[in-house]
Design a protein around this ligand. Structure first.
Ligand SMILES: *Cc1c(COP(=O)(O)O)cnc(C)c1O
Length: 409
């Protein structure tokens, strides 16, 4: 699909946000794990939709409504094809990863019984922890947690020991937002399926870094957010195997998700609309389709290699800093370098970096249990996208050295 050779400088030209200065300094954006910047083509798509195509979908007989409906459904097909789903019915538009996980926790969760188990890992984002805790409270199920090593890798032996016929769902992150660990999901999925469990992959950090093929992975659910993959906020995707989604009850009730409504009884629409109650984020969906089309124009293998090189480069330099500790040293990791510095608060480091034009994130990264495991309050996290460069890392490293001198003084 890739039409042009991978070129960071050419790609950077497409992102207006990367050209700006903050505090008079060239912006260095290393907070891609929190949200990515948007290419001009996505901004143009949003503008075009609101300027000329704005109408509600699936309802109007008029021209604009039909235009909007076909653009919305075309976006669904673009995403379906990009992640290798069998049919567009398997692609549900959601508000984002959090919404996708809550949908599964609520709807798939309806079939669970007291004593059933849900398996997650110690490196999950809060949005892949709390919905399962709510479900466990609602249904009397038990949440179990796969432990990790200090390096930030799953304990695979413990995983196998935790699996049993009681395990109904494995819900696990594909790539950790805090550690950068790439989990061996194919192996996990195969083993979970052997005991009859379904598998949900939290793809919030993998869709933008890896070429995803849900058929090859054989996951039952895969969910991600538009805003971390160069698309708009407030939109995301839940992929689910068709027969599974078909067997699940609706998540929310309202317009668009029904076949027929009377006061006595309502029948539901077919997939995917059964799970899309109310007027959706139409512009967001079309914008996400545009972001995914943009990805299709990029050699993702080359992009992933570039991101891995950035990660190794940054980690290699930071490793030599006295008093600095890298958090997350999995053999298979990408695009995230999290660290702490002795006697310095991550927030203070982040603030000093910000004044030098460098955007990083500090804190617990919505993974408080993981911070507890490392017995730290938080980290400084630099997270890369394929538009970042080694030159930016050099500037970041120099700025970090200055910050550490100031804070150490
Ligand atoms: C960002 C993130 C989420 C939550 O995504 P939202 O866009 O806030 O819904 C979940 N899991 C991981 C791994 C994330 O990085």
């Amino acid at each position: 699909m890739a039409s042009v050779p991978f070129s960071v400088s050419a790609i950077r030209e497409l992102f207006p946000a990367l050209r700006q200065k903050v505090y008079g300094k060239q912006l260095i954006y290393f907070d891609n794990g929190a949200t990515s910047q948007k290419p001009q083509v996505v901004l143009d798509t949003l503008q075009q939709y609101y300027a000329l195509e704005n109408a509600n979908i699936h309802r109007g007989v008029h021209y604009l409504s039909q235009q909007a409906t076909s653009a919305y459904e075309a976006a669904r097909r673009t995403i379906q094809q990009y992640i290798g789903a069998k049919a567009p019915e398997e692609i549900i538009f959601t508000k984002g990863t959090t919404d996708g996980i809550n949908l599964v926790a609520y709807s798939f969760g309806e079939r669970l019984k007291p004593g059933d188990e849900i398996l997650i890992s110690a490196m999950e984002h809060h949005s892949n922890i709390v919905p399962w805790q709510l479900l466990c409270e609602r249904k009397g199920c038990t949440l179990r947690v796969i432990p990790i090593s200090k390096k930030g890798e799953l304990d695979l032996q413990a995983f196998e020991e935790l699996l049993s016929e009681r395990t109904k769902l494995l819900a696990i992150t594909h790539i950790s937002n805090t550690l950068g660990t790439i989990n061996p999901v194919k192996e996990l999925i195969e083993k979970a399926h052997k005991v009859g469990a379904k598998v949900l992959l939290d793809g919030a950090q993998s869709i933008q870094h890896l070429q995803i093929d849900v058929k090859d992975l054989n996951c039952d659910f895969y969910t991600f957010s538009g805003h971390k993959v160069f698309g708009p906020t407030g939109i995301g995707i839940l992929y689910g195997k068709e027969e599974l989604l078909d067997s699940m009850p609706p998540y929310q009730g309202g317009g668009d998700m029904i076949a027929k409504v009377t006061f006595e009884r309502t029948t539901y629409n077919t997939l995917p609309l059964k799970f899309e109650a109310g007027t959706p984020h139409i512009a967001g969906a079309i914008g996400l389709g545009s972001a995914i089309s943009f990805l299709q124009s990029i050699d993702m293998q080359a992009a992933a290699a570039h991101e891995l090189e950035l990660t190794k480069y940054a980690q290699g330099i930071l490793d030599t800093f006295e008093g600095l500790h890298i958090i997350g040293e999995a053999k298979n990791k990408t695009s995230v370098v999290s660290f702490t510095v002795d006697h310095m608060h991550p927030f203070d480091i982040g603030t000093l970096l910000d004044k030098q034009g460098i955007a990083v994130r500090t804190g617990h990264h919505c993974t408080q249990p993981l911070m507890d495991f490392y017995q730290i309050p938080g980290t400084v996290r630099a997270s890369f996208a394929f538009y970042n460069t080694k030159e930016e890392i050099d500037i970041f490293v120099a700025a970090l050295e200055r910050s550490m001198q100031i804070l150490g003084a």
